[in-house]
Structure formats: structure tokens, C-alpha cells
Design a protein around this ligand. Structure first.
Ligand SMILES: O=P(O)(O)O[C@H]1O[C@H](CO)[C@@H](O)[C@H]1O
Ligand SMILES: O=c1cc[nH]c(=O)[nH]1
Length: 234
């Protein structure tokens, strides 16, 4: 047990899928895993371990934003031995070529700041995905005939942004979508020699202002869960 995770030693698998929403974790575990066991509910942050095609997997919420994700991912890596960590999140589309419900694979995650800024200081470290996971996820998405885009994403610190010029610059520089956790996930994976990837579903669009309701964000993003599972065990 750690301060924030109530699982016993060995109850967290080496492969972890990480939605922001703990209820998406429950839905994904109940929908896609066998022999599912609740392994954490401290502070209502739900985590489940089960099997997918015989492989052990944990699906665990991170909460919203990089400080929250940092707590769970640090404990999963340092205390439970997680090795492959795949975020399964929602994001806002930032290009007209990207449509609502499309899948985005985050090759890089641009950010203004992360919980790691204290160690990087003046350095602009470039958080990036693990290539083997990225390539496997792209193959899995293509095989499923899902609209998939691989490229840069933006990990913002705020959802209600008072600086629209920042989003405009991201769009201008080809960034595909905005979310709030991937950059720190990639930083932590790099620091600890783990593999990480963000597989995102476009839930709303900053240019067209389309938006899916919260229930869809919780329960209908099955393609990204299966793509993440296929990539993890490719
Ligand atoms: O749907 P999740 O995985 O929570 O991801 C996105 O949704 C939340 C904001 O609504 C942020 O956590 C953002 O990264
Ligand atoms: O962080 C997020 C997630 C979904 N949509 C957004 O606009 N931002």
C-alpha cells in the first residue's frame, strides 16, 4: 500500500492503462478485462486489475491534470513496478483534419509547465512517446479501420484557458489535440526507464466547438481501450 493506492504488493500489473476519469477505468475494466478485481478506491480513485487475452493489466484513474497523474504514476512505478503505462484519455481537437471521435496518438507532448519543471529548470526537455508502443498502436488502429492521427499533442495546465493565443499557436504549429496529462507521463517514463504512450479520443473540438456529453466520454471510447491493449501486448 502507498499513500494514495490501497493495492497490496503484486496487485498492480506491469501494464497499466490510465484514464483521467475513475469511472472510465471501471467501465473499461468491466467491458474489456476478465477476472476483474478492484485494487484501489482510496479517495475514490478507482483501479482494477484483470486479464486481457491472458495478460495481466491494471486500469487505474489518474484524476485531471499533471500534478494528480504524477502522484499515481510515481507510486505505480516506484512502489508497484509498473513498466508500460498507456494513457487512455479524451482531448480537444486542434486541427480541421481531426474530427470528433477520431483517435490521436501523442508522439510528443508540448507543455508550458509540468511537475518536473523543478528539475529541468532552464532546459526545454522534449517529452515523447515510446516508439514501439506508438508504432504498435498505429498498426492496431489502422487494422480496426479507425480514423487515427499520430503527431504532437499539447498538455495544458488549465481547462478554462484565459490565453486563447496559446491554443492558436499550437494549432499553427500542427499540434493535433489538447489534454492535460501526457507530458508528465512521458517525463516520468523517461526518468524511470518505462514505456509510455497517450492514446486519445477527440471528445470536443476547439475549432468547430462540437462536444460530446460526459456520459459518452465515460463509456463509449472503446476503440482507444482496445488499441491501447493491443499495443501493450504486441
Ligand atoms: O478524459 P480524461 O482522461 O480525464 O482527459 C481529459 O479530460 C479532462 C478534462 O475534461 C482532463 O483530464 C483531460 O486531459
Ligand atoms: O483537456 C481537454 C480535454 C478535452 N477537451 C479539451 O478541450 N481539453
Amino acid at each position: 500500500m502507498t499513500i494514495h493506492i490501497g493495492a497490496a504488493p503484486g496487485q498492480i500489473a506491469e501494464t497499466v492503462l490510465l484514464p483521467g476519469d475513475p469511472y472510465r477505468a471501471r467501465w473499461a475494466a468491466e467491458t474489456f478485462l476478465d477476472d476483474v478485481e478492484l485494487v484501489n478506491e482510496v479517495r475514490g480513485m478507482l483501479g482494477f486489475t484483470g486479464t486481457w487475452k491472458g495478460n495481466r493489466v491494471t486500469i487505474h484513474g489518474t484524476g485531471m491534470g499533471m500534478p494528480s497523474l504524477s502522484i499515481y504514476v510515481n507510486e505505480m512505478i516506484r512502489d508497484y513496478g509498473a513498466k508500460t503505462l498507456i494513457r487512455i484519455g479524451s482531448c480537444g481537437g486542434m486541427q480541421h483534419s481531426v474530427k470528433v471521435r477520431d483517435i490521436i496518438l501523442g508522439m510528443t507532448a508540448t507543455t508550458l509547465s509540468t511537475p518536473s519543471r523543478g528539475i529541468f529548470k532552464e532546459m526545454n526537455f522534449a517529452p515523447c512517446a515510446d516508439y514501439s508502443l506508438l508504432a504498435a498502436a498505429h498498426r492496431a488502429a489502422t487494422a480496426r479501420d479507425v480514423a487515427v492521427h499520430a503527431g504532437g499533442i499539447y498538455s495544458a495546465d488549465v481547462f478554462y484557458d484565459e490565453r486563447p493565443d496559446l491554443n492558436e499557436q499550437m494549432t499553427r504549429h500542427g499540434i493535433l489535440g489538447v489534454e492535460m496529462e501526457a507530458a508528465e507521463l512521458y517525463n516520468l517514463a523517461a526518468r524511470h526507464g518505462c514505456r509510455a504512450l497517450a492514446v486519445l479520443t477527440v471528445s470536443d473540438h476547439l475549432l468547430t466547438h462540437e462536444a460530446l456529453p460526459s456520459e459518452d466520454r465515460e463509456k463509449t471510447f472503446g476503440d482507444m481501450v482496445e488499441i491501447a491493449l493491443e499495443a501493450a501486448f504486441a
